[in-house]
Design a binder for this molecule. Structure first.
Ligand code: 5GP
Ligand code: ZN
Length: 140
């Protein structure tokens, strides 16, 4: 349920102070301490779960159903008309805190945020291979 060494579990337990903006039985939302923009929120499950694919569907829905409402509130408060949701899983993706979290980041034109979107092309025949492997992996 809770990991005593996890910074977000400590925040949920009130052991580390935070600026909480919303909570219910399953969900906790608070200001990121090092925001990419004013109003940058973190939305987390109260239970300690490391990665998205480990979350039962019900828990995931219980948390993510609040994202639209929180995104709208952030935009209203900071006067933005756009926001990004960012969710990292695993070190290589940039996940520093191993407790599932959704970033809500208000966005503005030319705010300098964003990925280096180094898009590439599939080699001939490769997309079909990957497609088939995914279909096989997803077969129930
Ligand atoms: P990640 O890099 O894992 O996707 O995001 C972790 C986020 O947690 C970072 O944006 C970081 O600023 C935030 N964070 C880390 N420790 C604390 C903390 O003690 N309090 C708050 N409010 N945010 C934190
Ligand atoms: Zn945790």
């Amino acid at each position: 349920m809770s990991d005593p060494s996890c910074v977000f579990c400590k925040i949920v337990a009130g052991q580390i102070p935070c600026a909480c903006v919303f909570q219910d039985d399953a969900t906790f939302a608070f200001l990121d301490i090092n925001p990419l923009a004013e109003g940058h929120l973190l939305v987390i499950p109260k239970r300690h779960i490391e990665r998205l694919e480990q979350m039962p569907a019900e828990s995931l829905m219980a948390v993510t159903r609040h994202l639209p409402m929180l995104g709208q509130a952030v935009m209203k408060v900071v006067g933005a008309t756009a926001y990004s949701i960012l969710q990292n899983n695993g070190r290589e993706s940039g996940q520093d805190v191993p407790h599932v979290h959704f970033h809500i980041i208000p966005r503005r034109a030319a705010d300098g945020l964003g990925y280096r979107w180094n898009a590439s092309k599939y080699a001939p025949g490769r997309a079909e291979q990957v497609h088939q492997r995914l279909l096989a992996a997803l077969k129930r």
